[in-house]
Design a protein around this ligand. Structure first.
Ligand code: B12
Ligand code: SF4
Length: 372
């Protein structure tokens, strides 16, 4: 059993939710029989000073210390690596995947390229003396002073077989974040990952970890996670962190069926003429020609100011919900309404955390008026 301490380095751009990558990595390490501790130093109230971080790490007596690297915040991460000199460092994440030689030149001994669940567990096995480093696909490392890049590990195809990320939530200290923990002391996770990869190839996109090959979890597995989040944290709305959530019509349909819900990016859908959703459903639900036969949808100007009442109106009131184009039964309408109210509350919460009244006036996190 190896002892692994994961550190998300401090960054000038604090993140207010547990790092999902660490949920996945820690869950897999535990499932592989290893001991894990972690520190999300990018969280607003976590320790940020090198001395305090180093003290915590050393107190755990780790066999491996993992650092998460993103390009934008790599300089503070390398400064931390210097402060942790002498400890067996392993780096991973988007930046380490793209330029593995760089962390190796910055005092890091091992780099995990790409998805890390299997590679990190196998590296922990190497530390335990249970396998050779040369056998670990996806690993770059320094061997007797020379940099070696082992062959690339294929993408993880069977995502259902991964250890459930929720099983590592207890490792995050709620006091590092602003969010209030639920009874039982744990924080809700930031989001769900139902798929990995994206077949598109936007020229500005840096998704080298999950790549172009689209893979997805079964609807049953995602529905089970949603049910657990509802039960344990009382959540009624869920963020999906997928690279490209909408890929695969059959998949999304199965997901909708498996949870008795819908996916709502920006308010309630309006079936515009010429769209597929209109074409397929107007006869069945009786909204043929609705824009000419029925009173116009009464949307208020969107948005006008950013006080609480305005946020509530912009998020929680939706003329399309009242119109109920798809004849949802009352209980489902009520669930959608609750989700909209929750969205409004979250936005008000974000707004309240903004210290600068000038910034508070900016329409951050609010759907564009035309997005309906
Ligand atoms: C969700 C998300 C966020 C959320 C994270 C919330 C949270 N609490 O987790 C928020 C909104 C906060 C966020 C913020 C930012 N993000 Co972001 N985000 C993502 C997104 C969509 C999913 C990340 C994720 O969870 N992936 C799933 C996990 C399983 O994959 P992963 O994170 O890569 O981790 C795996 C491997 O990298 C590796 N690994 C990761 N860390 C480590 C550490 C060790 C030791 C080891 C061994 C392995 C390892 O193993 C993990 C498991 O397989 C990705 C897109 C993507 N394709 O990943 C962008 C992405 C990671 N974000 C990106 C960027 C640019 C940012 C910002 C810098 C945006 C900005 N401000 O400009 C900020 C940075 C904030 C900060 N201080 O860190 C880029 C990073 C590119 C780069 N080269 O660094 C990505 C790749 C988007 C893109 N395609 O360009 N982000
Ligand atoms: S993840 Fe988004 S930005 Fe990246 S290639 Fe796919 S569609 Fe483009």
């Amino acid at each position: 059993m190896a002892r692994v301490f994961l550190v998300n380095p401090p960054s000038p751009e604090p993140v207010r939710t547990p790092l999902l990558a660490f949920c996945h990595l820690a869950a897999s390490l535990r499932a592989g029989g290893h001991e894990v501790a972690l520190l999300d130093a990018s969280a607003p109230h976590a320790p940020h000073g090198h001395a305090e971080i180093a003290e915590r790490v050393r107190a755990f007596a780790p066999d491996l210390v993992g650092l998460h690297l993103k390009t934008l915040h790599v300089q503070p991460a390398y400064a931390l690596a210097r402060a942790l000199a002498g400890l067996p460092l392993v780096a991973g994440g988007p930046h380490a995947t793209i330029v593995p030689d760089e962390p190796l030149a910055q005092g890091v001994r091992w780099v995990v390229r790409g998805e890390g669940e299997e590679t990190l567990v196998e590296l922990a096995d190497v530390i335990d003396g249970r396998r050779a480093a040369t056998e670990v696909a996806g690993l770059s490392w320094i061997d007797k002073g020379l940099v070696r890049h082992n062959p690339t590990r294929p993408f993880l195809m069977e995502l259902d077989r991964l250890a459930p990320p929720l099983s590592a939530l207890d490792l995050f200290d709620p006091s590092w974040y602003d969010a209030r923990p639920v009874p039982g002391g744990m924080l809700a996770p930031a989001g769900i990952l139902s798929s990995r990869g994206c077949p598109a190839a936007c020229t500005f996109c840096s998704n080298d970890v999950t790549g172009r090959r689209f893979r997805y979890r079964s609807a049953v597995s995602v529905a089970a996670e949603v049910a657990l989040l509802r039960e344990r944290f009382g959540l009624i709305g869920f963020s999906f962190f997928d690279d490209s959530f909408a890929v695969g019509r059959r998949r999304v349909r199965e997901l909708c069926t498996a949870i008795a819900g819908g996916f709502n990016a920006r308010g309630v859908v309006v079936p515009y003429p010429g769209t597929e959703i209109y074409q397929r459903h107007h006869e069945r639900f009786g909204f043929t020609g609705w824009w000419i036969r029925e009173p116009p949808l009464a949307y208020a100007v969107f948005p006008t100011s950013w006080d609480d009442a305005e946020i509530r109106r912009a998020y929680a009131a939706d003329a399309a919900l009242d119109r109920n184009f798809f004849r949802h039964p009352p209980h489902r309408l009520e669930r959608i309404r609750q989700a909209l109210v929750r969205k409004a509350e979250l936005t008000i919460g974000i707004q309240r955390r903004r210290p600068d009244p000038g910034i508070a006036a900016a329409p951050i996190g609010v759907p564009a008026a035309g997005a309906r």
